[in-house]
Design a protein around this ligand. Structure first.
Ligand SMILES: Nc1nc2c(c(=O)[nH]1)N[C@H]1C(S)=C(S)[C@@H](COP(=O)(O)O)O[C@H]1N2
Ligand SMILES: [Mo]
Length: 322
């Protein structure tokens, strides 16, 4: 079993260790200067800070609500969503917001590379200017069975694909996240060769109306723990497909490797389509628990987006190609 599968409660709390060390330093056990004391103070501030602290100073994003996407459940409370996230670059626990203080998300550039007529490098501000921002209310379902419903702001991935003009040989997109070991502690530990986090889509999936590049949620730019400044959202697929903090979108002529299928191929595949009829090897996928309210719901095929994406998978037997 890989170390990524351990529940957060069984892990050594690295932060506690670090604080103790700086405290010892501050008390003069290890050398004598002003830095340790300063460190101890900032560590203390970081630990006693509330999740709300990560949501202040986020710029508003002007976006028109797209009424085509309506929900069958209430929106998740903003704080509940921000307080319970997956971002393995920073921690294997859910309180990612405690570990993102050093993560710099501006300036930020996104490269469009590979089999395209127009390779592009765009800053996040250029992306925001180039593509009209809209708001979409989407369901979201993690493979671990928690679920949420949030108002994303951003633009369709298809708009970016069209702008890049893929060559006729392009069949897939490979999406890459950042590599910053100094800012993301987990990138320096364990199977370091797997970083940066990477995901993939077929070209028809990327062109599907649902595939979305989010620059914000709840009307403001993304907080770091949700994948600032730009992340993918594919609401018919398990959450791990929705790669955060994207720096490169590469067009290729083959199915790209993905982070989780490289880490645990018997448990996670390329497709990652939400399907209550296909259990995870270690648990059922029939039900989900909504963040915040704790309400239990039956999980829907393709997370309820069968109408939009079902036609893509008529040829794929997802019992075997999960
Ligand atoms: N770069 C990166 N992207 C990532 C992850 C990650 O660890 N690193 N985790 C994924 C998983 S498992 C899920 S469920 C979603 C969670 O999105 P949220 O935390 O914004 O709700 O992000 C996905 N994108
Ligand atoms: Mo997930």
């Amino acid at each position: 079993m890989s170390r990524y599968e351990l529940p957060a409660s069984e892990l050594t709390p690295e932060e506690i260790f670090r604080t103790r060390r700086t405290l010892l330093k501050a008390l003069g056990f290890i050398g004598l200067n002003a830095w340790p004391l300063l460190n101890a103070c900032t560590n203390y501030a970081a630990q006693s800070r509330d999740v709300r602290g990560t949501l202040v100073n986020l710029k508003q994003i002007q976006a028109v609500r797209n009424p085509a996407y309506t929900l069958d459940r209430p929106l998740t409370d903003r704080l509940e969503a921000a307080g319970y996230t997956n971002f393995y670059e920073f921690t294997q626990g859910k309180e990612v917001w405690r570990s993102v203080d050093r993560f710099l998300t501006r300036p930020w550039e996104v490269r469009i590379t590979g089999l395209v007529k127009k390779p592009l490098t765009l800053s996040i501000d250029e992306l925001l200017k180039l593509f009209p921002q809209e708001e979409r209310h989407y369901r979201f379902r993690c493979v671990e069975t928690w679920a949420m419903a949030v108002p994303w702001t951003g633009f369709p991935l298809a708009a970016l694909v069209k702008r890049a003009e893929p060559l006729s040989s392009a069949t897939h997109l490979s999406l890459l996240s950042f590599l910053k070991r100094d800012q993301a502690p987990e990138q320096g530990r364990g199977r370091v060769e797997l970083w940066p986090y990477h995901e993939g889509l077929t070209l028809p999936e990327a062109m599907n109306e649902l595939a979305f590049l989010a620059t914000g949620l709840y009307g403001r730019e993304l907080p770091p723990q949700h994948g600032a400044p730009l992340r993918l959202v594919t609401p018919w697929k398990y959450g791990f497909k929705s790669i955060k903090s994207v720096v490169e979108i590469r067009f290729t002529d083959r199915q790209p490797p993905t982070f989780w299928s490289s880490l645990a191929p018997q448990e996670y595949g390329f497709w990652a389509n939400i399907n209550p009829g296909v259990p995870h090897p270690r648990w059922s996928q029939e039900q989900e628990t909504l963040l915040g309210s704790g309400e239990r719901r039956r999980t829907l095929l393709y997370n309820g987006y069968d109408g939009q994406v079902g036609h893509l998978y008529k040829q794929v037997d997802t019992r075997y190609f999960f």
